[in-house]
Design a protein around this ligand. Structure first.
Ligand code: BEZ
Length: 215
């Protein structure tokens, strides 16, 4: 099964390092990151899981629940989490799915037979409060992910979930925002008082103009 942006993220129940978890119950009404990594006790994965733990307070602040997955056995996870604490200085507090039967990784298309028919690739899903997939990305086993970038894109997704705006290349919180085509010039003037029109298709507003607005 291929899951694309805007598809509903399917629910599942899985064995994790923190017991059995019903995914939808775990997410609640908020946002979620479901990510896979190829294998426990491997170097890049070790650094990734430590790096993500260090950023966990930032995700929590944004109402994002994090859950990881590999096809390793449950008994494997605990020792490896200790290794991550020892080598990376942070023991992951988010649950790790032990997807031994590949039920969840198959459901979420995390195994790429062109790379390996036994291991998951580095897949990340960001899922919104409406349970729709907002972002999906795949990295190969050889490249560790940049979790600051995932945090940055969460900031963009959370803003565009509420407002008729888009974020330009390399955007970060505080930078100007792009008005989408769904907003007419008249609506933009009414709602935001002023905007900059570089081209009919390229109009921007200041970040401060959406602060304090619900939509
Ligand atoms: C790693 O995390 O270092 C890794 C995992 C699977 C294959 C190759 C590298």
């Amino acid at each position: 099964m291929t899951i694309k942006i805007n598809d509903t993220a399917p629910n599942f129940v899985a064995n994790t390092s923190q017991g059995s978890i019903d995914f939808y119950n775990y997410i609640g009404e908020g946002w979620a990151i479901l990510f896979s990594h190829p294998k426990n006790f491997t170097p890049v994965c070790t650094t990734e899981l430590g790096a993500l733990q260090k950023l966990l307070p930032e995700f929590t602040k944004r109402g994002v629940k994090v859950i990881g997955l590999s096809v390793d056995a449950i008994g494997n996870h605990d020792q490896w989490l200790n290794d991550i604490k020892e080598t990376q200085g942070a023991r992951p507090e988010y649950p790790l799915i032990a997807d031994e039967d590949r039920k969840v990784s198959t459901l979420y298309d995390m195994i790429n037979e062109n790379a390996s028919d036994t291991m998951t690739v580095r897949t990340v899903y960001v899922i919104g409060p409406d349970k729709k997939v907002k972002l999906k990305m795949d990295y190969p086993a050889s490249a560790g992910r940049n979790f600051n970038e995932i945090l940055r894109v969460v900031d963009s997704l959370q803003l565009t979930y509420k407002h008729k705006v888009a974020t330009p290349a390399n955007w970060k919180v505080g930078d100007d925002l792009i008005l989408t085509a769904a907003v007419t010039d008249a609506e933009a003037t009414h709602k935001y008082i002023s905007f900059t029109k570089y081209k009919p298709y390229l109009r921007t507003i200041k970040y401060t103009q959406v602060q304090g607005h619900d939509n």
